[in-house]
Design a protein around this ligand. Structure first.
Ligand SMILES: [Zn+2]
Ligand SMILES: [Zn+2]
Length: 206
């Protein structure tokens, strides 16, 4: 019987004392499950101070935006959200890695793919609507990519997970525009964003 391949390419050290829920059916650490969330909801409380020190150092060295934070053998990609908020994605059902959850939120203005192995609790058991749960056999480098699709100015920026832009934004004139900011004319037949809206049905009808 051959064991499934465990992808150690992202490990620089092994996790010494995995919790039972971190083991797969062969007793090996399962590093393939992850939750997309603000790390503050899932990193152990007892580790949080040290984690922030490493994270801050990475931010200083790499600049603002997307940072690689080396933590307990993982290269975590922590993406700044610019501000706190919540994001939802109804299109994730089409992704074969998606196991549960369609929303994430941020209290430290950040979002990250966090392996279950780093979580304080089992996200599946303690799931309270914070995060998107997935599973991949491809290893950390192929975890879903989270990208800012806006001008990166702060709260309300649209984000995409593997290219799926969060709900409520539509691409118009080369930018993702909040659906609330589309305009319609009185007849309802012309629509556009603030940049392109133009009613050309003036004089029609009444
Ligand atoms: Zn437009
Ligand atoms: Zn019109």
């Amino acid at each position: 019987m051959s064991l499934p391949a465990i992808h150690y390419n992202t490990y620089t050290q092994e996790i010494k004392h995995p919790k039972p829920w971190q083991l797969d059916e062969h007793g090996e650490p399962n590093v393939n499950e992850f939750v997309i969330s603000d790390p503050c909801y899932y990193i152990k409380d007892s580790d949080w101070g040290d984690f922030c020190d490493v994270w801050n150092a990475a931010t200083k060295g790499q600049g603002y935006g997307s940072n690689i934070v080396k933590w307990k053998g993982f290269d975590l990609v922590i993406q700044s959200t610019g501000g706190d908020g919540s994001w939802s994605y109804t299109g994730l059902g089409h992704k074969d890695w998606h196991c549960g959850g369609t929303t994430h939120c941020a209290d430290t203005a950040s979002i990250c793919c966090i392996p279950f192995a780093l979580c304080d609790t089992n996200p599946l058991e303690d799931y309270v609507g914070k995060g998107i749960i997935g599973h991949t056999d491809y290893g950390m480098k192929d975890y879903p990519e989270i990208t800012c699709e806006g001008a990166y100015t702060g709260v309300g920026e649209p984000f995409a997970i593997d290219g799926i832009v969060q709900d409520g934004y539509t691409l118009c004139c080369g930018n993702y525009v909040d659906d609330d900011q589309f305009e319609w004319c009185d007849s309802g037949s012309c629509e556009g964003c603030w940049s392109c809206f133009d009613c050309d049905c003036e004089g029609d009808g009444q």
